[in-house]
Structure formats: C-alpha cells, structure tokens
Design a protein around this ligand. Structure first.
Ligand code: ATP
Ligand code: MG
Length: 487
C-alpha cells in the first residue's frame, strides 16, 4: 500500500534534508497511516535545532520552549495550516511528575523515540517521493499495532513516574483505537493511579474529552474505574457503582450511565450530548430513598445538575460547555404522554428549556431510555413529542415574539418603566402561549389595559398561576410519572 504524505509536509522535510539535516514524520501520524487511518495532524522531528529550523523557514512561528517550531504551510484546504517540527530530544528529570526539569536535545532519532509514551506512538518514518518510506521502530510499535496493544515504551512505572498523564492517555488511545492495554502497562497504572493527582485539571480535561469522543468511550470509562483512575477525574460517578435502582431498571446507576453514553457514542452525537448522557443520573446516589423495588430518586435531576456544574467547572471546561451540559442534565427528566400534554404545554416546555436545546435534550432522553434496556430506538412517545414540537415550534413562545413590546406597553398605558411593565408583558405572553391566535396588536393592547386595572397583588397571583402551569411537564406530570415509573 502506498501511503501518501501531504505535499506541505513533504516540502518541509525536503527543505530540512537539503540543508543537511535528518527529518522524519513521527508519532500519531505514522501510527494512523500504518493503521490505514486518516491522521489528525502531522508532526515532523529533526536533528536541526529550533534556531536552525527557524532560519530555514523564515515565516515559521516558534511556538514554545519545548523545542517545537510551528510552520505555517501554504495548504489552502482548511485542514492543514501548521506542521509542528520538533527537535530530537530526551527529557530530563520529572521531579514534579508532570514537567521535565529541563529539555535536552538529543542526537539521534532513536533517542527521541525513547522518550515517547507508547510503542505505537514511537515510530518514525522517512518520507520519499511524497510517500511514507522506511520506518524507524526500535520498540516494535508495528508488532503492537498488529496485536492491538497499548504498551509503554521502556519500564511503565518509570514512564508514569515521569508524567502521570500517560496513564490516562493509555486508556484514551485504547478507546480510540479499540486496543487493549498490555498487562504490565496495566499493572503499573493500577499501582500508580494516584500519581494522576499531580496532573493539572486542564491536561486531564483534554485527554478526557478525547476519550469521550472515542468509539470505545464507555468501555474506556469502565477501564478508568477498574484501574483506579476515575477517582481523580469524576469521582462522583463512582457513587453509582453497584447501586441497584428499582423495579423499573435492570442496571445499576453506573451501568445505566455507561450504556447511555455508549448509545450517544454509537449515534455519533455531539460532545455535549455524550457528556450529558454520561452524567444525566449522576445525582441518583445522593437522592436515593428506600431500597429494593420501590426505591425512589426524587429531584435527582436537580441535584445532578448541580453536581454536573461542579464537575465540569473543576475540569475547567469553558463556561458555555458547563452551562449547556448542566442544562441538559437538569432538564433530562421530562415526562410526556401522548394525549396528556396540551399544545400549550408543549409551548411552555419549549419556553422553559429553550428552543435551541430541545433537539439535544431529546437525544439525551433517548440515550437515557435506551441505556435502561428499552429496546426501541426512539420510543413512540418521544416521536410523538417531536411531532408536537415541530407543530408548535413557529408559535410565539418568547417575549420577543409578542406583537407588542415594553415601550409600546408603556405608551399605551401611559406608565413609566418599572416591574409592572414586565409583569404585564409576562401575563400577555402566557395568554399567547395558551392561544397563539391572540398575538395581535389590537388584542394585546386591549388586554394590557385590562391587566393594568389589576392591583399589584392580583398581578402577582396571575404570575404565580403561570409559574404553576409551567410545571405541566415537570410538576403535575412528574407526580404521575413517579407513581407509574418510580424513576
Ligand atoms: P492524536 O493527535 O491523534 O490525538 P497523537 O499520537 O498525535 O494522537 P499527541 O498528543 O498529539 O497524540 O502527541 C503526539 C506524539 O507526541 C505522540 O504520538 C507521542 O509520541 C508524543 N507524546 C505526546 N504526549 C506525550 C507524553 N505525555 N509523554 C510522552 N510522549 C508524548
Ligand atoms: Mg497529534
């Protein structure tokens, strides 16, 4: 099989070689090529020092002090813009278990490969005529690719002592590639798992995210637990291990969470939906009341939402991810039964959870249902809800959609800005949600005048009643659901 290398990479290698240096492609890209996969990015390693590399490529960017130069390429395809060129190096001591005390450049490619994490990541390849050529493979990475094994380069305990993140990387690569972790490498992880406590949340997060996006994510989560790593990443999930649910569930909380994740992965759902599927029942252990077939988990979605926020903040995820996944967990538990919920109820549901998150919320709910061992992919009820949502989704459900706005209300009623304006607008919105035909300027002006005649207390009573109506999905229906389903 000919394995073509992008021409930008070839150009960089040729330029280095013409200047009298060695240059190889190395690491993930070689591994992926050997597996017949499309590499994510291309890394080049060379015996030229960073200063020399910069001289050869004047438009290059010197990225950091780790001996890596990022070279901008002329690729017009969006995929390839910067190729990283790293000078051969060996690492010094890791007294803090995460940062080498000093970077030392090495003389040979073999030395460079010796500091890489796993044998399958420790192959380099020459590039000749635009294709991958002779492979430098001192640690039998190719044999391990055949055997589908993630094996540490050298003595695993030494390597994990240098950089404990490698333990999590082992699980991430295994889950991405569908490989096993070689037994001695596994044993070293199990023994040294606690070293992960030395690693920054940001580095853990980046590997954890790649794991969640891997085809074997659910399996990987199980391995994280088995090897003792999970307690340094999401210890909250451990609370569900071995915890039976009730007569409506055949799986423990942990198994159910993993199955929900596995379903989301199998459907190639987004990162956020996968995370929410994994975490949707994280609040169950702390809300369990009673035992055996009649145990309950009231308010687990509320507790679970709070826990999710803490977990994701701790892992330093960006705010929009924290907020969105928390929202999905918080609202995953909606009840819908054909014929029981009115169109106005569906509109209120959309108003409450946000039109933009409905699709994902339904995906999480789907993952929840399938993860509990329910056979049908999209149960009839969810399909019907989708149909209802489709039907009402162009109806006015937010204040913005009202045919009257705040200043128009003030003008009509000759009142000044204040809470009263907001209360009147909310009351108008409630009426329009009940019946979209009321969304006309004439009707709303007339109703605004009638509402303005009410006292503050009467307006407040209206607001409270509207709040109650919002519970159609979660309140009254929830009581019913609890009775029927013991969720
Ligand atoms: P991908 O980019 O597809 O996630 P990759 O193998 O390229 O996979 P990177 O994290 O980009 O993974 O690292 C590139 C290469 O650098 C690895 O293949 C490995 O050789 C080396 N490497 C990266 N991180 C470490 C580490 N913590 N310890 C030792 N070697 C590492
Ligand atoms: Mg990479």
């Amino acid at each position: 099989m000919e394995r073509k290398v992008p021409h930008e990479v070839q150009t960089i290698i040729t330029a280095l070689e013409s200047a009298g240096f060695e240059a190889y492609i190395v690491g993930g890209c070689v591994r992926d090529m050997l597996l017949g996969r499309e590499p994510n990015d291309w890394d080049v390693t060379t015996n030229a020092t960073p200063e020399k590399v910069q001289k050869i490529f004047p438009q290059s960017v010197y990225e950091n002090d780790f001996g890596t130069v990022g070279i901008k390429t002329d690729a017009d395809g969006a995929a390839l813009k910067i190729v990283e060129v790293t000078t051969y190096r060996i690492e010094g001591n890791y007294s803090d278990k995460r940062h080498p005390d000093a970077i030392r450049f090495a003389k040979t490619i073999e030395e460079d490969l010796s500091r890489r994490d796993f044998t399958v990541n420790a192959c380099a390849a020459a590039v000749v005529g635009g294709a991958m050529s002779v492979i430098v493979d001192p640690y039998s990475g190719q044999a391990d690719l055949e055997k589908k094994l993630i094996r540490a380069v050298g003595k695993p305990e030494d390597r994990f002592g240098e950089d404990a993140l490698r333990m999590l990387r082992a699980v991430r690569f295994a889950a991405q590639l569908g490989f096993d972790i070689e037994p001695q490498t596994q044993a070293a992880i199990a023994r040294d798992a606690a070293l992960l406590a030395h690693i920054s949340q940001e580095r853990i997060r980046d590997e954890f995210s790649k794991l969640i996006m891997a085809p074997g994510a659910a399996w990987g989560m199980q391995i994280l637990y088995t090897l003792g790593l999970l307690r340094f990443i999401v210890p909250e999930l451990i609370e569900g291990i071995g915890m039976a649910q009730n007569k409506h569930h055949i799986f423990t909380v942990w198994e159910h969470n993993l199955r929900a994740l596995d379903y989301a992965v199998s459907k190639k759902y987004s990162f956020e939906v996968r995370l929410a599927s994994l975490l949707h029942d994280v609040g169950k252990p702390r809300t369990k009341r009673g035992d055996g077939p009649d145990a309950t988990f009231y308010a687990h979605e509320i507790i679970g939402g709070r826990m999710t926020k803490k977990i994701l903040e701790r892992l330093r995820y960006a705010n929009h991810i924290v907020e969105y996944v928390t929202h999905l967990v918080r609202y995953h538990l909606f009840y819908y039964n054909v014929g029981e919920v009115s169109e106005a109820g569906v509109r209120r549901f959309i108003a409450r959870v946000g039109a933009e998150s409905i699709d994902d919320l339904i995906k999480v709910r789907e993952a929840d249902r399938i993860g509990s061992g329910v056979p049908k992919a999209v149960p009839y009820k969810l399909r019907h809800l989708l149909f209802m949502i489709d039907k009402v989704k162009r109806d006015p459900i937010s204040p913005k959609a009202l045919k009257i706005n705040g200043s128009e209300v003030m003008e009509t009623l000759k009142i000044v800005p204040g809470p009263r304006v907001g209360h009147i607008l909310n009351a108008l919105l409630e009426e329009v949600i009940d019946d979209p035909a009321r969304n006309t300027r004439a009707y709303l002006e007339k109703r605004a005048q009638e509402l303005d005649a009410l006292s503050d207390a009467e307006l407040e009573a209206l607001r409270a009643r509207a709040e109650g109506a919002k519970e159609e999905f979660e309140g009254a229906a929830e009581t019913e659901m609890k009775r029927k389903h013991h969720v």
